[in-house]
Ligand binder design. Structure first.
Ligand code: PAF
Length: 283
């Protein structure tokens, strides 16, 4: 497996793959890889001749009071996981390689970025879109893989690709969960033993809400009220949002009469965790 730190190196390698007629998949990550990332890499390896995993802790998608400094890192373990899963290259640039002096161009999307995480993290998606745009230009992948755990991010990237007529297919992949239901996340490592137990309340609320919709409940307010009750019963939990929006325009919509995303963000202690499900009554 190739370990590359420069944009030039990635471009040269991809050019050589292209000359051999090979297809290229990209899995963008911020590192500290777990089974969730691994499932994206596996899928990418199945569907492409060569797979690039970018490991870049993107500073511009973190707000001033967020966890950039504390965010866990382990590039050696990440490389081992990538190699064992069949990736052809890990791209691990320095911040200066991605954002040189006088970097001033950003992708600032409206609409899809406004609700859910966009409310409490107002600059987050600007940072995500900008770095993903750069990664697409550097790697020029045929397909790029994103987890549904960050469902709003998936909708945002799909919209960016559509709006900018980009030549890449976005593949959304299912949420991978721990045995007790907690969605896998690099941020789960912040939780104390007590908080880890409390964190199960997110997937409990998700399962409860989903069951109501599956049972035929169409009233979003009732579903969201019941999910809120489940979360509020956990003393260590503090709700950021419990919301139902249209999938994939991310407009608030409290009726399950079209494909909807039901998404939650909950603080367990100081750690903010997210979870969601997509419900389509037609399926
Ligand atoms: O989902 C993530 O890990 C990040 O937001 C991404 C897509 C790698 C951009 O930094």
């Amino acid at each position: 497996m190739i370990f590359e730190k420069t944009v030039k190196g990635v471009k040269e390698q991809v050019k050589s793959w292209r000359e051999q007629g090979l297809t290229v998949g990209l899995v963008p990550t911020m590192g500290y890889l777990h089974e969730g990332h691994q499932s994206l890499i596996k899928r990418a390896v199945e569907e492409n001749d060569r797979v690039v995993v970018s490991v870049f802790l993107n500073p511009i998608q973190f707000g001033p009071k967020e966890d950039l400094e504390a965010y866990p890192r382990d590039i050696e373990a990440d490389c081992r996981l990538c190699e064992a899963t069949g990736a052809a290259m890990v791209f691990h640039p320095e911040v200066t390689e991605m954002y040189g002096e006088n970097f001033t161009t950003y992708v600032d999307m409206t609409g899809v970025t406004q609700e859910l995480c966009g409310k409490s993290r107002p600059t987050h998606f600007k940072g995500v879109c900008t770095v993903v745009n750069k990664l697409f230009n550097i790697v020029t992948p045929d397909k790029a893989y994103f987890g549904q755990k960050d469902a709003q991010q998936l909708a945002v990237i799909k919209r960016m690709v559509r709006d900018f007529n980009m030549n890449v297919t976005i593949v959304g992949c299912p949420i991978i969960r721990e045995q007790d239901g907690l969605a896998k996340s690099s941020r789960n490592t912040y939780l104390s033993a007590e908080e880890r137990q409390a964190a199960v309340v997110l997937s409990k609320a998700i399962a409860g809400g989903k069951q109501m919709l599956l049972n035929g409940e169409k009233d979003g307010d009732k579903v969201l009220r019941s999910m809120t009750d489940i979360i509020e019963a956990e003393p260590l939990a503090r709700i950021d949002y419990v919301e139902m929006v249209k999938w994939d325009s991310i407009e608030v919509h409290h009726k399950a009469d079209c494909p909807v995303l039901v998404a939650i963000a909950v603080y367990i202690g100081k750690t903010r965790l997210i979870d969601n499900f997509i419900f389509d009554s037609e399926i």
